[in-house]
Design a protein around this ligand. Structure first.
Ligand code: ADP
Length: 557
């Protein structure tokens, strides 16, 4: 079997296309889909936001504590030393720090001093709170003194100056308010440890401390995200009750996404965070959905690109095949007339032909064959000029009827000799037009020549020239083999020849019609074909009247 170089070239191209484009593209799409799938499965987007939220909560907890410690430090600085601890000195601490509700001092030798804020002496709920806390502290200090001093001492050695606990301050009925109480150690002159403590005012804590600190956090830590469509929002509730004690602006009824049980001064409270107006799940789902859609669109574009590339490659391959056919067709077409010319010239040269009639016949053959050669070479030259963009047309005012008649005259004899019935109808009202005469004559000859070549038994050629409204039509009609519908648009492409065996047996370069098309287009017209297999064909050159005025004198295509 012969190794067809075009076939292997095609295989190579298709392989390259597959290896260089299809496989990487497919791999990319598959990897993208797998990646998205894993994000979806592991709820990756939600997890990432949750991690961020956790960090925000940790930072916020520090800020709450920092503020509470500052307040406690301020008060602690004013605390009397262990020797000077007495009711009035503690009252002074309360007076200087109105955010405190109660302070106390206990050393085992002198017992407990417990003082409450004087300006709230008339508030019965506050009095109840003071009594309750007094009792609690009294009981604890008696029982827990050793444990506490040990525990607070340990905490202090770790850099935590206070031990906090959250008191529930009664506010009538079943209502309670969170009240942080800080306890710390004071050392007496005798080296003994006294327990001092301060309780934040519960109203101050709820109405000022919590909202102000939370707003500060929102304004600083979360400032960047506040402009987003669904900004993060936070709230604080107690461990046991989900009702917000305090919430940032925009907190809605949705469930918190991440929560943190707070420690230190905030012990007993929970800080919660979520996105306003949406949930992490909705965001994750939306991300995955849009990503899948984008991936789908991308895959479509890729597939479209691949189809286009494949079509281009196929087109190039077809052109390469046509070109190689062209070379062998043209060589064949050149060789036949040349060998005929040589054969008859040699015969004449040898003087062996006796009858004058024969001599005349041989001369005619030589002339006809050289005309065929000239026509072919002219076609090829024209074609190469067009391909190089150097083809120029010389438009001149022309009597088209005269041009057609003169062109056909030199051909009529040959047509009739081939046994063709020849009909020529040239209307009188065809106007003068600006055309490139040589190019027009060549177009007509190409069409007539095709009619000659592609006719079998029904040997008829008709040429009509007439005016049809705004255009002039030149028709070349035959009753030959015809052209299948599917082929009719392709025959005007360069090198294209119909794959029919009837065509294959006829010599041709596949250039004729592409030249006709080019010439007619340069004249602002069009060439049409009307044909059916076995019935014959009609080629029509349609030129608009007043064409070449617009086309100018010289057209370079
Ligand atoms: P060529 O005749 O040199 O092959 P053309 O460009 O003139 O090239 O024609 C292209 C193809 O169109 C031909 O190969 C033939 O298959 C088809 N064709 C052209 N004219 C006719 C016609 N009159 N009848 C049937 N087929 C035709």
């Amino acid at each position: 079997m012969k190794n067809n170089p075009l076939k292997s070239e095609r295989t190579r191209l298709i392989l390259t296309l597959e290896l260089a484009v299809v496989l990487p593209a497919a791999a990319l799409v598959i990897l993208g889909a797998l990646h998205l799938h894993s994000i979806e499965r592991d709820r990756g987007v939600e997890a990432a936001i949750q991690r961020d939220f956790n960090q925000v909560l940790v930072i916020s907890e520090k800020q709450f504590n920092h503020r509470a410690y500052e307040l406690a430090d301020d008060a602690k600085a004013d605390f009397p030393s262990a020797e000077n601890a007495c009711g009035p000195s503690l009252d002074r601490v309360l007076a200087a720090h109105p955010y405190l509700a109660h302070v106390f001092f206990f050393d085992p030798d002198h017992g407990l001093i417990f003082r409450s804020q004087g300006y709230r002496a008339n508030d019965s709920a506050f009095q109840m709170e003071a009594d309750d806390l007094h009792k609690i502290i009294d009981g604890w200090t008696k029982v827990e003194y050793d444990g506490w001093t040990h525990e607070i001492g340990e905490a202090q050695s770790k850099g935590m100056p206070y031990m906090f606990f959250m008191n529930s301050a009664p506010r009538g009925g079943k209502q309670f308010m969170a009240q942080p109480v800080a306890v710390f150690l004071q050392t007496t002159k005798m080296g003994k440890q006294a327990i001092a403590g301060l309780a934040f005012d519960a109203d101050y804590f709820h109405d000022k401390f919590l909202p102000e600190t939370l707003n500060g956090i929102m304004a600083h830590t979360l400032a960047e995200s506040s402009q987003e469509k669904n900004p993060p929002v936070m709230m604080i509730h107690t461990y046991s009750d989900w009702t917000p004690l305090v919430a940032s602006a925009g907190w809605d009824d949705g469930e918190p996404e991440v929560e943190r049980h707070l420690e230190g001064a905030m012990r007993g409270l929970t800080l919660a965070i979520k996105l306003r107006g949406t949930t992490l799940k909705a965001i994750g789902d939306r991300f995955v959905r849009t990503s899948f859609l984008t991936l789908g669109a991308l895959s479509l574009v890729l597939a479209g690109g691949l189809v286009l590339t494949h079509r281009n490659v196929a087109k190039e391959m077809a052109l390469a095949r046509l070109k190689s056919d062209f070379v062998s067709n043209v060589s064949h077409e050149l060789r036949t007339p040349l060998s005929l010319i040589r054969l008859y010239a040699e015969t004449l040269e040898m003087g062996r032909v006796n009858s004058q009639e024969k001599v005349q016949e041989y001369y005619q053959i030589i002339r006809k064959e050289s005309e065929r050669l000239t026509a072919l070479i002219n076609n090829i030259l024209d074609f190469s000029r067009i391909e190089a963009g150097r083809k120029e047309y010389d438009f001149r005012d022309t009597d088209l009827g005269e041009l057609v008649r003169a062109t056909l005259d030199s051909y009529r004899y040959q047509i009739e000799q081939n046994g063709f019935t020849f009909e020529e109808k040239i209307a009188r009202d065809v106007p003068h037009m600006k055309v490139d005469r040589e190019a027009m004559a060549r177009s007509l000859l190409n069409l007539v020549n095709n009619a000659l070549k592609y006719s079998q038994d029904a040997r008829y050629i008709g040429v009509n020239l007439y005016r049809d409204n705004g255009s002039v039509k030149l028709e070349v009609i035959d009753h030959g083999i015809g052209i299948a519908h599917g082929e009719q648009s392709k025959i005007f492409e360069k090198f294209y020849r119909v794959g029919d065996p009837l065509v294959h047996n006829t010599k041709g370069s596949g250039l004729g019609l592409s030249l006709v098309k080019h010439i007619v287009t340069a004249h602002g017209g069009d060439v049409l074909v009307d044909s059916s297999p076995g019935q014959g064909s009609k080629f029509t050159i349609e030129l608009p009247v007043g064409n070449a005025e617009q086309a100018g004198n010289v057209a370079v295509m």
